[in-house]
Write a protein that binds this ligand. Structure first.
Ligand SMILES: Cc1cc2nc3c(=O)[nH]c(=O)nc-3n(C[C@H](O)[C@H](O)[C@H](O)COP(=O)(O)OP(=O)(O)OC[C@H]3O[C@@H](n4cnc5c(N)ncnc54)[C@H](O)[C@@H]3O)c2cc1C
Length: 481
């Protein structure tokens, strides 16, 4: 133990503090970094704490800042870029015991939750009032609202309903020095002061710890229909998606998988589908859904589909089967092969088709399989460069392919990450995407709110001349070297 942790036991009690090996190991990886070939030498936190109240979170942060001990918030650990991993050891703060729904106000379409509440609980409580929380990510069933807010998450329905960020009204947040602030309000719009709420959303636990959130809810649509379109080639499939979005069709989900992803998915599900590019659609409306579906179909049919199937809500799962379990299908496809880091680049919709083609062509050039899929309507491409992790040369080639796709996305005005966040994995692209001056402005914000770099150090920011922590040395006089 690099520091005396009795202040944690004093603040939380023995039962909420663990220095056990298994708890520390469990908090040293996320969903994507939990493999020896990805992280040969994981950094373990020195101690794991499980606060249950805002006051306890505040006591841990105030004590840690005073003692110069890093604190990394950890929720369900489903991140894909090392976001909740304690890069510099110290305290891992597990927020999953703060999992109460505090209030529902159906008349205002609002719910107040603690950060450890998971997607299904929000849906269940909202559902009792005919409401739902539409921006849940695909991992909504296995992740917490605190993690979604901190990662700036979004999901399949973003094309119609926007991101999690768009549904957050108010946050209670504990800053590094232990002070508790409220960001935003319960009004659906505000012009009052700096927008601290949106600054905190997507800050990956580097600026504060969310201890309460007021979310907006939506009425559940009365009509739901789905569709699956099979194409003979990727160019037609991506052109159809672009055309549908540009035509303003009111579509709630529009997902594309390429032929390689279809092959992997068919092998996993045993579905009797061709190994061909497919587009999956879902429509939500309170009235007139058939007109919207017909409008969409007329656009899609101008792009030579091989088959266009429609289904009512009760048959949707069958239609969408090939898309639903793709992440798991990829992970288990070939015992020799593993998907390298999960890519989630996002570009303006007009660049969607060309980027998809580029990803495939770089893969071919390097002799590697690059299955692509994703929330196509948002211009989002998930891609997995498949590599043999025991083959160092292939791993290096895979990294080049992965990087080339991210770089191209940034070049055409897109982003390195549409939903997973920067974490540790995407830090090297921050300057290319934002420019050095913008990254330095972000560092200044970080230093202003957390001058000792207590919260989740080693994330978001590329390495600096000071080392990986962006602390303001004049504030503490400390030197990490
Ligand atoms: C199969 C799969 C599918 C996925 N699909 C999607 C998708 O469709 N869209 C998407 O956006 N993401 C997706 N993800 C990524 C991930 O699930 C999301 O980012 C999710 O929101 C993370 O939530 P979590 O509870 O697991 O948080 P964690 O991974 O534990 O933490 C996430 C980040 O939030 C910080 N944090 C956690 N709690 C708090 C808090 N209370 N206050 C401040 N900071 C906090 C952590 O320090 C960390 O930086 C997917 C992941 C998997 C494994």
């Amino acid at each position: 133990m690099a520091f005396d942790h009795t202040f944690l036991v004093d603040a939380l009690g023995e039962e909420q503090v663990s220095t056990g090996e298994s708890a520390r190991e469990e908090h040293s990886a996320d969903w994507a970094t939990d493999a020896e070939w990805v992280t040969p030498e994981p950094v373990l936190p020195d101690v794991v704490v499980y606060p249950t109240t805002t006051e306890e979170v505040a006591a841990v942060l105030a004590g840690a800042t005073e003692r110069d001990v890093p604190v990394t918030p950890y929720a369900a650990g489903t991140s894909l870029e090392g976001n909740p991993v304690p890069a510099h050891g110290g305290i891992s703060m597990n927020l999953t015991r703060m999992d109460e729904v505090l209030d529902v106000r159906p008349g205002d379409f609002q719910i107040d939750v603690e950060p450890g509440v998971m997607g299904p609980t929000i849906e269940e409580v909202a559902g009792k009032h005919g409401l739902s929380f539409p921006p849940l990510p695909s991992s909504g069933d296995i992740s917490t609202i605190g993690g979604m807010i901190a990662n700036g998450a979004s999901g399949m329905q973003t094309v119609k309903y926007g991101e999690v960020a768009d549904w957050v009204l108010e946050l209670e947040v504990v800053l590094a020095d232990g002070s508790v602030i409220t960001a935003g309000s319960k009004a659906v719009k505000t012009s009052s002061g700096y927008n601290l709420r949106d600054l905190l959303v997507g800050s990956e636990g580097t600026l504060g710890v969310v201890t309460r959130a007021t979310l907006e809810l939506a009425g559940r649509p009365r009509q739901i229909k789905g569709g699956r379109v099979i194409f003979s080639n990727l160019a037609d499939a991506s052109a159809a998606v672009t055309d549908v979005v540009q035509s303003g069709v009111d579509v709630a989900k529009i997902e594309l998988i390429d032929a390689e992803s279809a092959r992997i998915s068919n092998a996993y599900t045993g579905a009797d589908l061709p190994d061909a590019p497919m587009v999956f659609l879902e429509f939500h409306a309170d009235h007139g859904i058939d007109e919207e579906v017909a409008f969409c179909q007329s656009i899609v049919e101008s792009h030579d589909p091989v088959a266009f199937e429609l289904a009512p809500e009760e048959r949707m799962d069958d239609l969408w089967e090939a898309r639903k379990d793709l992440a798991f299908a990829l992970a288990t496809y070939d015992p020799e092969m593993r998907p390298l880091h999960p890519g989630d680049v996002t570009v303006p919709i007009s660049e969607y088709g060309p980027l998809m083609e580029y990803a495939k062509s770089v893969g071919e050039e390097y002799g590697l399989m690059v299955p692509c899929f994703g929330h196509a309507g948002d211009g989002n491409i998930h891609y997995s460069v498949m590599v043999d992790p025991d083959d160092e040369e292939e791993l290096a080639r895979g990294e080049e392919v992965y990087a080339a796709i991210v770089e191209r996305a940034i070049e055409v005005g897109g982003t390195a990450t549409g939903e997973h966040g920067i974490g540790q994995g995407k830090r090297e692209y921050m300057v290319a995407e934002h420019g050095e001056a913008s990254v330095e402005a972000m560092r200044r914000i970080k230093r202003a709110l957390d001058p000792t770099d207590t919260l989740n150090p080693g994330k978001i920011f590329p390495e600096t001349a000071d080392g990986e922590r962006v602390r303001d040395r004049t504030a503490t006089g400390n030197d990490l070297s």
